[in-house]
Design a protein around this ligand. Structure first.
Ligand code: PHE
Ligand code: NA
Length: 437
């Protein structure tokens, strides 16, 4: 087995984890779900889900990954009976599945950067979206996006992923702040902020039935959990890093970028008088409504290039993390070089993504299945494993490098054992019910 790589720096690990977490979930889903589900009231609710469920689950992945220093599949058999490997296999498959259509959306984003430069979508954003989102051109764009991802992962942890995300993540944050300042000057800014953030407890209560499962599902998706990404990334981390602080940095930055996205998007939408209450989470929200805004605000082209540029960077750093999971597993188990593995797995991903690129109905189906079945099931099994099978040893691992945190750690262990398990079970039941019954 080849010598296992490590991160060059602790910051490199944190930035890579943030790069994975910050993605389309922040820039697209979060603002729209917030706006239509009670504004600031929803943000509070979402924060509770992230802190009470997402954060503990992330620490579970961290402790398992660093304890075993193995890829996601072998991590399970190292700490428990061989049959637990199935959980790792499920997580790797979930990541593979999600990446197959994530690449397609990444391809759209590349097309939109081009479309911003030429103004191609300004006249009829809906028609442009229809034209680029499916069909042979979408397949080509998917291949291009995936090609970049493969190239970075092929270079390895330190030279590829760490180096890339060290530039990408600060760029995302800086550019989002710049965009937020810029849109503050638009005439619809005040109205946009009010729509995004004014607390509406009544709406929140009225929608509680759908908000709760969404908030839990979103807490996992937005933090990139259940796909063994954080297990894999933390397997390259040193024993004296404080995983609790690292995890908190990821959670906080991830939330900040989501809020920034809302502060950018809604002033634009209300300036052009778009109907923001309908067509919420769908692709149209970002690729049609927001795109329409760039057609009518001053400096719209530049605006569009920068905005979709940020979306592209965020999508790339998330896709990198997804591909790394599979490559890491294969790299630990087969005597084949990382570049060859990256390319081979890339080709398989491309083929699995072709249906999603040819028809958005397939993409939606892949996404729903991932969100409602794969993710919650995968997180549930992971949490049961770390909480009940590994248990105390996971706690000790978490406390390595975080010695003053024993009380926190004990609360953490019981939170994943009980609170998280119940929350995920409920989410899974609702998801399966919606998907199949
Ligand atoms: N966490 C990313 C987001 O919020 C999405 C993602 C999911 C990334 C799965 C990697 C893996 O957009
Ligand atoms: Na996210």
């Amino acid at each position: 087995m080849p010598q296992r790589e490590t991160w060059a720096t602790r910051v490199g690990f944190i930035l890579a984890a943030i790069g994975s977490a910050v993605g389309l979930g922040n820039l697209w889903q979060f603002p729209f779900k917030t706006a239509t589900n009670g504004g600031a009231a929803f943000v509070v609710f979402y924060l509770v889900a992230v802190l009470l469920i997402g954060f503990p689950a992330m620490l579970a992945e961290f402790s398992l990954g660093r304890r075993t220093k193995r890829n996601a599949v072998d991590a399970f058999s190292r700490m428990g009976h061989r049959s637990w490997r199935i959980v790792g296999v499920l997580a790797v498959l979930t990541g593979f599945w999600i990446l197959s259509y994530y690449n397609v959306v990444g391809g759209w984003v590349m097309r939109y950067i081009l479309g911003s430069a030429t103004g191609a979508y300004f006249d009829d954003p809906a028609a442009y979206f229809g034209a680029v989102s499916s069909g042979p051109e979408a397949v080509v764009a998917q291949a291009l996006f995936l090609g970049i991802v493969v190239a970075i992962v092929a270079l390895g942890i330190e030279d590829g992923i760490e180096r890339a995300t060290k530039v990408m993540v600060p760029s995302i944050v800086v550019l989002m702040i710049a965009l937020a300042v810029w849109v503050a000057t638009l005439p619809g800014a005040a109205e946009g902020y009010a729509f995004f953030l004014s607390p509406n407890v009544d709406t929140m209560i009225a929608n509680a039935g759908s908000i709760i499962p969404f908030a839990v599902g979103q807490a996992f998706f937005t933090l990139s959990l259940g796909m063994a990404i954080m297990i894999t990334y933390s397997s390259y981390v040193g024993r004296d890093d404080n995983l609790i602080v690292d995890g908190a940095s990821v959670v906080v930055t991830n939330t900040i970028v989501g809020v920034l996205a809302g502060l950018v998007v809604f002033p634009i939408l209300l300036t052009i008088g778009a109907d923001v209450t309908t067509d919420t989470g769908g692709a149209g929200a970002l690729f049609v409504a927001t795109a329409a805004g760039f057609g009518s605000v001053p400096f719209g082209r530049l605006f569009g290039i920068v905005f979709f540029g940020v979306v592209l960077i965020a999508a790339l750093s998330s896709a990198i993390s997804l591909l790394e999971v599979t490559v890491s597993y294969a790299n630990d188990n087969f005597d084949v070089s990382r570049p060859v593995l990256s390319i081979g797995i890339g080709i398989a991903l491309f083929l699995l993504g072709v249906p999603s690129a040819m028809d958005t109905a397939w993409l939606t189906w892949f996404d729903n299945f991932a969100y409602q079945v794969f993710l919650p099931l995968s997180v549930l099994l992971l949490i049961v494993f770390v909480g009940w099978v590994v248990g105390q040893e996971a706690l000790e691992e978490l406390l390595s490098g975080a010695e003053g945190y024993r009380t926190f750690g004990t609360v953490w262990l019981w939170t994943i054992r009980i609170v998280v398990v119940i929350a995920v079970l409920a989410t899974l039941a609702l998801g399966v019910n919606e998907m199949f019954l």
